[in-house]
Structures are given as structure tokens and as C-alpha cells.
Design a protein around this ligand. Sequence first.
Ligand SMILES: Nc1ncnc2c1ncn2[C@@H]1O[C@H](COP(=O)(O)OP(=O)(O)OP(=O)(O)O)[C@@H](O)[C@H]1O
Length: 241
Amino acid sequence: MKKITVQFDTVTKKIGKKNIIDGISFTIAPGEVFGLLGPNGAGKTTALRMLTGLMKPTEGEIRICGYSIQKDFEKAIQHVGAIIENPDLYMYLTGYQNLIHFARMSGNVDKKRIENIITLVGLGEAIHDKVKTYSLGMRQRLGLAQALLHQPALLVLDEPTNGLDPAGIRELRQYLQKVAHEEGVTVFVSSHLLAEMELLCDRIAIIQKGKIVQVQKVESFVQNSTLEDRFLEVTTMNQKG
Ligand SMILES: Nc1ncnc2c1ncn2[C@@H]1O[C@H](COP(=O)(O)OP(=O)(O)OP(=O)(O)O)[C@@H](O)[C@H]1O
């Protein structure tokens, strides 16, 4: 498994006159579960969209394994699996047919891998139903299966627990921690839920109004509550506008 480092180097995204992302810098180590935590509208999806090449930064550089996503996109993106916003699924195909389709696109995925992934995301027999009949949580599980299919070395997941039930959230958490800590997969997730991120992540960056206001290891958070204090502070400030 390739070991993937992610670097945001003074990245800014300007839309109109507003800095949606405002000079953010951080580095994610290989095999780390890194969380981007922030209230609604803080800029999480924008940061993840830039990382996966869906949007270009106005300034600064994002590197995956040293390759610039802006200048060397093919090399930077080759080991990445991602779900940003709604997974891109074919509604009139079954879950299984969707996976076969994505497996063909990514090349080296065999039937056994598909079966393993179906077991892992827990879709069971529903995998043979049409996606249009799926609940939000089932679509999320299928989207995750799609992102994991080609065994990416960097997983980028925007609000991955959205729509999952508590058992699904726990399974996802255990899986992400296992692939990160045992196989060295780098995991980058976003969420607005502190408690969930605290259970999942090794390290958390708090983003507010496009700026990183704190980066902290979760273990040091458990010992003192500064991260929670900081998060509540920024979310309360945000509510007040
Ligand atoms: N294409 C765009 N044009 C104008 N403003 C945008 C655009 N995309 C995002 N924004 C604004 O940028 C800010 C950050 O949006 P973003 O979706 O990145 O936040 P988020 O942290 O992912 O929020 P949420 O938790 O609600 O998904 C918001 O104020 C949003 O309205």
C-alpha cells in the first residue's frame, strides 16, 4: 500500500469578493485519520472539493504525496477514493450493477473484492435492488463501497455518516480506523459533529469561516476540553453571525 501524505499550503478560495477558504495550511500523515470539523458553511466541502480537483484554489497549493493537485493532477489523484456531497450513482441500476460499472472503470477490481466490499458496507441482499428504492443511508453505504472499491491509499469523505444509523456509524468508524492504523490508508473526513469526530479521528482541525482556528490531537483533547470549548465558541459565534 502506498503511503499518502496530504499538504494544504496556504490555500485560499475566493468566490466573488469573499474568501470561502482563507489561507489554510496543514499536513496529514500517512495512516492518520484526520478530521475537518466545523459548523455549517465553514468551508469543509469547499476544502475537500479542492483536494479532489473538483474546484481550483485561488491561491496556494494542495499536494498529495508531493504531487500538486493543480499541476500534476493525474499523479496526485491516482490513489484517491472520495465521496464529496452525494455519491454519483445510477438510480435505475441495482447496487450490484453500479459496483460492476465502477469496477470496470477503475480496472483492477475482481468479483471477490466486490463481494468483500458488499459485506463490509452491510448492504446484504438489498445490493440487488434498484438504487432508486434505497434510503439515504443505503445510498451512503453504496457510495462508500464505490469509493473503497479500488483500495485507495487516501480516502476523502465528506460527512460520511450522514444518513447512517448508529450501527452503521460504528461499523464505518471501525473500518476506517482499521484501514488507517493497520494498512496505512490515510483518511480525511469532514463533519460538523464533534462527538463523532472525537471517536473517529486521530487529529482534528477546526475550521470556521474559511480559517483553521485549531489543530489538535484527539488524545490531548480527552485530557483537557480545549477542543470542545473552542468548537462551541466558534459555533456559538457562528450562530450569532
Ligand atoms: N459556488 C459557490 N458560490 C458562492 N458561495 C459558495 C459557493 N460554494 C460555497 N459557497 C459558500 O462558501 C461557504 C462554505 O461552504 P461549504 O459548503 O464549503 O461549507 P461546509 O463547511 O461544507 O458547510 P456544511 O456543513 O453546511 O456542508 C458557505 O458560506 C457557502 O455559502
